[in-house]
Design a protein around this ligand. Structure first.
Ligand SMILES: [Zn+2]
Length: 360
């Protein structure tokens, strides 16, 4: 193995080639293949999704997942240590893969300008308006928070991008946008609604509330265009909802914000904010412990009301959720945690919370 580096031997592309796993298609940094564990009945589609950058695989059908070495070890019935040694003995077989370039993300000032103009060009469809009304949002709240449906017509999408460029705005470095095969700018569209993530008065990014559940049992994804030509990846930005009368500097310096609500998922955060006078922090449901600790520290909170939607506890985030609670308690911060499994849960919890605050 003198002439190759170790990475090439343990590269997942090499591992699937060594194991003769049948590939069905490739898209950006992903390879789709027939799952060797479940041989999924819909053979043509291939449920095994392989991420060639992070070197991991996951089957949407049987839910087996792991690293390249895990994959080799499981199929050869050997330990991962033995798998590592075995892989180093064979010459790596790597594919000629097109190189996808992802842009560095533009700063928050620029993103805010582009996203505000972009949202002006999106409508709010009747179906989404109704959905928001069912969640008890007033018209003014819907308008102020820029909730919009996502235009998905390919022709209209390119026209919207041309109008943005006509205003002198550049779309590289803005998550969600990319260049199509005809080199015209377009954006990723999904059936759902944009929920702008606002922090320090600026739209940091756009979270999407999907009409239908996504593959990893979530209703929420980022407006992001990594793995697309000239695309950009979104980060995990938090959102802070507060009274408009309170400015950001006062909020961070205030000693009064001793109790805050942190909610996993933006729409849940809005529902809670709509019902309380508290500061509500919205975070993506692939919850990040350090992100939460930083927010809590910055806001001088001594009590946290941590609220998760059902998707947070249905997948791997449950463990991160638990670790976050433990980490907060370690910092002597009082944590009250709730899980909203249904809409009724939110209502009854909120009433209880309001009652509790009245007594306190
Ligand atoms: Zn499978």
């Amino acid at each position: 193995m003198q002439n190759n580096n170790v990475y090439e031997y343990i590269n997942i592309t090499n591992v699937i080639n060594q194991l003769n796993i049948k590939k069905t298609r490739t898209k950006g940094n992903y390879i789709y293949a027939i799952c060797p564990f479940c041989q999924s009945s819909k053979e043509k589609k291939g449920y095994l999704k392989i991420n060639t950058i992070s070197n991991v695989y996951m089957c949407k059908n049987c839910e087996s997942s792991g690293s390249s070495i895990d994959l080799y070890a499981s199929l050869k019935y050997i330990t991962t240590k033995e798998a590592f040694k075995a892989l180093l003995k064979e010459s790596p077989v790597l594919d000629d893969r097109p190189y996808t370039y992802n842009n560095p993300v533009k700063d928050e000032y620029y993103r805010d300008i582009v996203y505000r103009q972009f949202l002006k060009m999106q409508d709010l469809k009747e179906i989404h308006y109704k959905k928001l009304k069912e969640m008890n949002f007033k018209n003014e709240y819907i308008k102020d928070n820029l909730f919009k449906s996502i235009e998905s017509n390919n022709y209209k999408k390119k026209e919207i991008c041309m109008r943005l460029q006509g205003q002198g705005l550049k779309l590289d470095g803005i998550p969600g946008f990319f260049q199509d095969t005809d080199f015209k700018w377009t954006y990723k569209s999904h059936k759902g609604m944009f929920i702008p993530v606002i922090l320090n008065n600026k739209i940091q990014g756009l979270r999407i509330l999907l009409d239908n559940k996504y593959e990893l049992d979530t209703e929420n994804i980022w407006f992001s265009s990594n793995n697309e030509y000239n695309g950009t990846k979104a980060s995990n930005w938090p959102m802070i909802l507060k009274d408009n009368k309170m400015n950001w500097i006062d909020m961070y310096n205030s000693n009064n914000s001793t109790s805050i609500i942190i909610a996993t998922e933006m729409i849940l955060a809005h529902k809670l904010f709509n019902n309380t006078s508290k500061i509500v922090v919205g975070i993506p449901n692939n919850i990040d412990k350090d992100l939460i600790l930083n927010i809590v520290k910055r806001m001088h909170a001594s009590e946290v009301f941590l609220y998760a939607d059902k998707y947070t506890i249905l997948h791997t985030s449950a463990l991160m959720y638990k670790n976050t609670i433990l980490a907060l308690e370690e910092q002597n911060i009082k944590v009250d945690f709730r899980i909203a499994l249904t809409e009724t849960d939110i209502d009854s919890d909120l009433n209880e919370y309001k009652e509790h605050k009245k007594i306190a």
